[in-house]
Design a protein around this ligand. Structure first.
Ligand SMILES: N[C@@H](CCC(=O)N[C@@H](CS)C(=O)NCC(=O)O)C(=O)O
Length: 204
């Protein structure tokens, strides 16, 4: 059986959990990650030298980096199409979430969503929120174009990463511009049977 190490409060862990649920795979999850269980131990670092979650264990095979895990699990499924161009678009938006979007929200999300102590520099919050909002406008334009999902007409791995990111956007205590296509997308992705537990039970 697949093993997934990581706490459900981590968006990167939830990306993997939603993927396995979409695929109907059986797995066992173990809580790792602060404050539940410190991954910065010799035991955990032997699996992932970064001391970060998620980690996937498939028999003898160990894999870290949430996007690599998602791709490994989804290979051969409609979540990661075989056609080069269709796949490249999934990769594009999956990578965009992990780099551009993740970087944009990093300070504002800690301050306004997680309300973590120490994130109280108003100028940095405002700057991060400005960049985050600009990125959300890019997603809005893309969704207006496709009328459905990030990579096109079909639900894919990109929508798992972006669906959870939109959940984070709506989970914050701040004023948001009205993005009609993002609103509709949020409803569309979270209504999927496999998605529900990862929105309902989760910290954005
Ligand atoms: N690039 C990595 C980032 C992983 C990451 O940042 N994990 C965070 C949780 S979201 C973590 O392990 N933090 C330490 C902890 O939870 O103790 C991935 O996508 O898997």
């Amino acid at each position: 059986m697949l093993g997934i190490l990581g706490r459900v409060t981590s968006i990167n862990v939830r990306k993997v959990l939603w993927t396995v649920d979409e695929l109907g795979l059986v797995y066992q999850r173990e809580d790792w990650g602060l404050p539940l269980r410190d991954p910065n131990t010799a035991e955990f670092r032997a699996l992932n030298p970064n001391a970060q979650v998620p980690v996937l264990i498939d028999g003898e095979f160990v894999l870290w980096e949430s996007n690599a895990i998602m791709r490994y699990l989804a290979e051969g499924s409609s979540l990661l199409p075989a056609d080069a161009r269709a796949r490249a678009l999934v990769e594009q938006w999956l990578g965009w979430q992990a780099t551009e979007l993740n970087f944009a929200w990093s300070y504002a999300a800690m301050a306004l969503v997680r309300k973590a102590p120490g994130y109280d520099d108003a100028a940095r919050v405002a700057d991060s929120l400005r960049v985050w909002t600009a990125k959300m406008h890019i997603l809005e334009e893309r969704l207006a174009e496709t009328g459905a999902y990030a990579a096109g007409a079909d639900f894919s791995l990109a929508d798992i990463a972006l669906g959870l990111s939109v959940h984070r956007w709506f989970g914050g205590d701040f004023e948001r511009p009205d993005l009609a296509h993002v609103n509709a997308y949020y409803a569309r992705v979270r209504s999927r049977a496999a998605a529900r537990p990862h929105f309902d039970a989760a910290t954005p």
